[in-house]
Design a binder for this molecule. Sequence first.
Ligand code: NZQ
Ligand code: ZN
Length: 388
Amino acid sequence: MNNFTWHNPTAVLFGKGSVAKLEDYLRAANVKNVLLIYGGKSAFKCGAYTQVTDLLTKLNITFPELNDIKANPRIDKVREAIARIKVSKIDALIPIGGGSVFDTAKAISAGAFYDGDVWDLFEKKAPVKKALPIFGVLTVSATASEVNGISVITNPEKEFKTSIESQLLYPAVSVIDPEFQMTLPEKQTIHGGVDIIAHALERLLDGDPNSEFMDEQGYALVRSMMRIIPDLIENPKNYDARCEYAWAACVAHSGFLACGRETRGDFSSHKLGHSLSMLFDAAHGATLSVIMPAWARYVYQDNPIPFARLGENVFDIYDGTDEEKAIEAIEALEDFFKDINAPTTLRELNIKEDDIENLTKNAAKNLPFGALRRLDEKDIDEIYKLAY
Ligand code: NZQ
Ligand code: ZN
């Protein structure tokens, strides 16, 4: 095991009715004026908006709003909010939503204290030095943005979807009330579920041979998710399954699964997926069910062992050589994605073969990346072709 620092400062208020518990935290931080941030209608439909604004009204906290945050959130909304905050008195941010809304809040919280253009932080021209506190209310589990310090934002002018990460960007508090997720469309439950599984697989398949204990946590998570996702497709209002799904999301990408590993994960599939979202606005989870099996097929021969162990521990594949088990495991993973109706080809995302050249160029902007195999531009091109 490698040295590591584990420091996750987010207070998680989990379960039915947990918005009420925010009161103590807002009082303790002496919050008087917040910027309320959300996407579209879902914040109202799921009940979170009413619960939060009732609490803020009771506490005499003002709450100007920033809404219409889209999936795959863009830098223009971040800039708009920072300009507003710089001429008003905002002492905290309250995102109500999923990864896109939380990520937007984090970018705003960092940009509020930066004198230049906030995109500089994403281009790593400047570090995050100070940030506004975030008291978030989650309405869709998937990304674990509610328990990590990562913000993923798209800059359409630069044709770049990329991330920043800072200890200062962990939400101070995240309310996770799985009841808010009862209104999720089936598609979102599927995409979110794939993302959760992918966050575990990015670690399990990074080629680190010395992380057995952490690998076991990852296998357990993938096995559970493979049960929970079909349960929720069958019965979207199953509260216990919503709870397990929500907590699995947190465990998958809070940083916990990366503890002690040689790398923080492979994450090639995420990088290649970001270009599909950048250029074709594809949903994040959908990009992963398309790319991950193609990436696996392209790289497994470099090191079949982690794929074979995945086969044994998740798919009960015990016969054959490591290479044979690896091939079977990749097929089983892809079959699972097909079974839950997640896309597994670029064609299902309406992407044409001719688009691959552009996709490759876009993803290559993120190079170097990859842990099990360090990719180059030619590898990227081949993986997109395999995914076609
Ligand atoms: O627009 P509204 O009406 O609000 O609808 C939203 C949105 O369309 C809907 N939704 C949210 N809660 C709902 C609901 N619909 C019904 N009932 C509810 N309770 O869900 C749609 C998608 O929301 P979004 O926030 O985009 O989903 P997700 O949480 O999957 O976030 C995806 C974004 O996070 C980034 C992705 O790249 C993508 O941009 N990621 C962030 C990470 C992080 N911060 O650590 C890591 C991830 O790997 C990922 O890259
Ligand atoms: Zn992800």
